[in-house]
Design a protein around this ligand. Structure first.
Ligand code: HEC
Length: 157
């Protein structure tokens, strides 16, 4: 009897996971795709953003002052993630790599000094997709549309 119940639970959990993965997992054929139209993913991303990113990139995605001017040590301040920055100039794959591996590694230049942390040991891939989806969900429709075009040109989606 217990065995049957256990078996039922395991099968049930596997089925739940499969449903969860279909709904919240990466879109098929495109493992790195932001999901700004998915309210659950965007809500999760908002939490990640305020826990992990807002301290540098600003609670309103406004970035740090004079973000185009390098500090005396050569590093750049954190740029805005709103439509005044250049986050939206990068396709999904590049934004994902920048966040997961940090700017130096993402650009193939590990010697590049940056204050932007690499999140590969801190956030899961799903959390990185979520936080970037939250950022994209804050952009006005015309910027989102232009970013969709950038993805198409990059062959990402
Ligand atoms: C300690 C400060 C700091 C934190 C925390 C931080 N960043 Fe950054 N971020 C930076 C800086 C500084 C840059 C500029 C990179 C450079 O040095 O060229 C940057 C750049 C970026 C870029 C590239 C933007 C562009 O226009 O090229 C992305 C994407 C990004 N950050 C995402 C995130 C996300 C997502 C989080 C939270 C999970 C986060 N950052 C947390 C400091 C930070």
């Amino acid at each position: 009897m217990w065995k049957v119940m256990w078996f039922g639970m395991v099968v049930g959990l596997a089925a739940l996971w499969a449903v969860w993965w279909t709904v919240f997992g990466p879109a098929p054929g495109s493992p790195i795709a932001l999901r700004p139209e998915n309210p659950e993913i965007v809500a999760q991303g908002r939490e990640v953003y305020h826990d992990a990113c807002a301290v540098c990139h600003g609670a309103e995605l406004q970035g740090q002052p004079n973000w185009r001017t390098r500090a005396p040590d050569g590093t750049l301040p954190a740029p805005p993630h709103d439509s005044t920055g250049h986050t939206w100039h990068h396709p999904d794959e590049v934004l994902f790599a920048l966040t997961k591996y940090g700017p130096g590694a993402a650009a193939g230049n590990p010697a590049y000094q940056s204050n932007m942390p690499a999140y590969s040991e801190i956030l899961s891939d799903a959390e990185i997709i979520a936080v970037l989806s939250y950022i994209k969900a804050q952009w006005p429709p015309e910027i989102r549309a232009r970013h969709d075009d950038i993805n198409i040109r990059a062959g990402a989606n």
